[in-house]
Design a protein around this ligand. Structure first.
Ligand code: CMP
Length: 140
């Protein structure tokens, strides 16, 4: 088993409802360690750059508006197979499709306000971590 790092965002619907501790408990129960974390307000530029891969999708504008609608918590998670482990505990993007016991099934309000983001590959994890964190902020 490989120890990996992945990038996570607790989205504005989670900070608004004061759910960040409950979500962190689910991440930790899934074997993930929060090795870096900060609460930030994303700028429009931050959100557009972060989600640039989706810029041609019809939901892009609403996605960016939502991600800057309140503070988010950006995180680096570490653990065995952290990328897959985080995606498993998050559940499907659309909470209607998410398994019982997952973060999105438990907390998400909609496909947009779906409480958490997690990197989908090792390559994207490295890019996303570097976008929000300096190497000196990662203390494993
Ligand atoms: P996330 O994992 O952060 O990556 C892109 C986000 O776009 C996704 O979670 C959803 O919250 C959001 N989104 C909004 N509408 C859609 C849609 N129709 N299909 C996929 N993602 C969507």
């Amino acid at each position: 088993m490989a120890i990996e790092r992945t990038f996570s965002i607790l989205k504005p619907d989670a900070t608004r409802r004061n759910l960040t501790g409950k979500i962190n408990a689910m991440l930790e129960d899934a074997g993930l360690r929060v090795i870096a974390q900060k609460r930030i307000q994303m700028s429009r530029q931050n959100a557009e750059t972060f989600y640039a891969v989706h810029k041609e999708r019809p939901f892009f504008g609403e996605l960016v508006d939502f991600m800057i609608s309140g503070p988010v918590v950006v995180q680096v998670l570490e653990g065995e197979n952290a990328i897959a482990a985080n995606r498993d505990v998050m559940g499907a993007t659309n909470p209607k499709d998410a398994d019982e016991g997952t973060i999105r099934k438990t907390f998400a309000e909609s496909i947009e306000a779906n409480s958490a983001h997690g990197s989908d590959s090792a390559e994207n994890a490295a890019i996303e971590i570097a976008y929000f964190f300096a190497g000196s902020e990662l203390v494993g």
